[in-house]
Each structure stands twice: as C-alpha cells, then as structure tokens.
Write a protein that binds this ligand. Structure first.
Ligand code: PEP
Ligand code: MN
Length: 337
C-alpha cells in the first residue's frame, strides 16, 4: 500500500509515519514529488495499525497496491525514473540509442563499429560476449575476452557499454568491464540471475521474455529492485506469436501499458523483434512515436559475415540513414539524442 501525505505535511510528520511503519518490521519507500510525498509500505500489512495511520492529521489517504510488483509500480513512484549509464541518461527527455554488434567478434571489429555508431548518434555500445544461442553448435561468444574489448572500446570512444549476462559467473566478470548489464529474453525469469544483477547496483536492461506477459515482466523487474538495485530499464524485443513472417511480433502496445503501470524507462529493440533489417527503421519510428525512451539496434561492419544475427543487422550506411530519418520523430516527441 501507499500512504499519500497531505500537501502541507512537514518532514517531521513524514518521519513519524515512517518510524511507525519500520518499527512494525516493514520497509518503506519514500517518493517526494513536487506537491505530495508518498510513503510506500513493503511487507506484511497485517502487522500495521492502518486505522491509526489513516487518522493521522498529516495523512491524506491510504491506497492499496493490489499488484504483486511494488517497487516497480507507478503508484509507489509516480515520477519517471531516470537511469544513468555512465554519462547517458535514459528517461523522459532523451532518446537513448544502444547500438553495436550482436556478438563481439574481434577487437578490431568492435572498435570500428563503436566509432561508427558513436558518429551516428549512439551513446551506448552494445555487444554480446555470452551468447545464449538456440543451437549449442552456434558461436557462443568470446566471454571475458570480449568484455575486455568492450572496455577498450569504451575507453577509446567514451561510449557507455552494455553486455548480456547469462550466469552468476558472467555477472562477476561483466561488472569489471561494462557500464550496464543486460538480462536477455531467455533469462527474464531466471530469478537467481535477477537477484545477482540486483546485488551489483549497475544499471540493468531487462528484456521481455519470449512469451512473458507484462505482469510477469514487471515482477521480474521487481526481483532486481527488491535485491537493492533501482536502476532498471525494460526492453520490449518482440514476443512469440503464430506469425512467422518476422522473427517475433513487436508488441508496441506494451510501451503504452508500461508507461501507465511503471516508472521505469522503456527501450524498444526492433532488430530482435523482427529479425529483418528493412523493418528496423519503420518500427524504430513507431517506437519513438509511442513513447519509448530509447532504441536498441544491431549494427555490424559486415552483416553478411556476422557470426550471429546478420540478417537483422544494419551496416554503417544503413544505420546512418536510420538515425537521420528518425531524428524528426525524436524532436517531435520532445526528446534529445
Ligand atoms: C541480444 O540482445 O543479443 C539478444 C540475444 O536479445 P534477446 O534476449 O532479446 O533475444
Ligand atoms: Mn542479436
């Protein structure tokens, strides 16, 4: 539940309520808006004398949070969260572009892609070092070696970096080299992994599971947040439907639903959503138009020979063109790159 304080409530009266809640063994979460302060209560409410709290003259009302996700819930935190990744902000005023290869292949490859995506306007370099491939015989990633190349590319270009982690061991390595961790679609409900990334405090991009409902996805975000990490961004990357013309079906309505239910920023990944490079631009435009806070787009120096996801990867010229064509949409949305 949340306790909405009256507009004129003093910080002493807020503190008094917080103390009463915490001394009953529950946790609190303060959200100070421009006009009102909201105290979120997390834990077993039956231990609390809610009548006494509601009767307090500084309290306006008590609103129950019926959803199982609390920290991720917009009711608890009405203002949009801004996630900081190195020097980049993911939030309501910006359009954050995360680009790079599906997989880190060589140091030279990554460096040349990093320079190209930076020039076109990306601020976060993506690159997989631990690849959760459908077939065990496909390229599995360079692991720690790939992470080292990510760090070098970041030092050379100033870009922030994001890399998927697939195990606790990968998390332990990744925190030494990258600015943001990615939990991929296949691991969205790997609760032990969610707790591990939660313990790091590094910003986390949580991709939507292949067949996950929005509710399950927000509960997965709650796992990360409940482990002490509030720096979570969500990524819609298409869901599995009966349609086979595209790799997945991009659920853009999820962006609108999320904006209503959570304060966490939302990224859209048209590359994995479609698996087809020619669909990336129109869906990137649509994502910007419906309120996304950023885009993840796969870019490769030689897509025809990419070790993974070549068909959906853009070459440099195509990426430059997409960036140029989405700029007016970004401006219209009142955001800056
Ligand atoms: C990726 O970003 O490279 C990836 C594997 O994405 P997803 O988890 O969305 O399939
Ligand atoms: Mn990929």
């Amino acid at each position: 539940m949340i306790i909405v304080m009256k507009e004129n409530a003093t910080s002493d009266s807020v503190e008094k309520i917080v103390k009463a809640i915490e001394s009953a063994g529950l946790k609190t979460h303060l959200s100070k808006g421009e006009e009102v302060t909201i105290i979120g209560v997390i834990g077993d409410k039956s231990r609390l004398d809610t009548c006494a709290i509601e009767a307090d003259p500084s309290v306006s009302k008590i609103v129950p949070i019926t959803e199982s996700y609390k920290l991720a819930n917009k009711k608890l935190h009405p203002e949009p969260t801004i996630v900081k990744v190195k020097n980049t902000l993911i939030g309501p005023d910006t359009m954050t572009i995360m680009s790079g290869p599906c997989a880190v292949e060589t140091e030279e490859q990554l460096m040349c892609i990093a320079k190209a995506v930076k020039k076109a306007g990306a601020t976060i370099l993506r690159g997989g070092a631990y690849k959760p491939r459908t077939s065990p015989y496909s390229f599995q990633g360079l692991e720690e070696e790939g992470l080292k190349y990510m760090k070098t590319a970041s030092e050379e270009t100033g870009l922030a970096t994001i890399c998927e982690v697939t195990s606790a061991h990968a998390v332990e390595s990744a925190v030494k080299y990258v600015s943001m961790l990615q939990v991929g679609a296949r691991n969205m409900q790997n609760f032990e992994l969610l707790k591990e990334v939660g313990k790091t405090g590094l910003p986390v991009l949580l991709k939507r599971g292949l067949s996950a409902t929005i509710d399950e996805w927000l509960n997965a975000a709650e796992y990360i947040m409940a482990s002490g990490n509030p720096n979570v961004a969500l990524c819609e990357r298409g869901i599995r439907t009966y349609e086979t013309s595209t790799r997945n079906t991009l659920d853009l309505s999820a962006v609108c639903v999320l904006k209503e239910r959570t304060h966490l920023p939302v990224i859209v990944d048209p590359s994995h959503a479609t698996g087809v490079r020619s669909y990336v631009e129109p869906l990137a435009k649509a994502a910007v138009a419906c309120g996304a806070d950023g885009l993840m787009i796969e870019v490769h120096n030689d897509p025809a020979h990419a070790l993974s996801d070549g068909p959906q990867s853009l070459n440099f010229e195509q990426f430059d063109s997409v960036m140029e064509h989405i700029r007016p949409y970004i401006e219209l949305a009142g955001r800056t790159l």
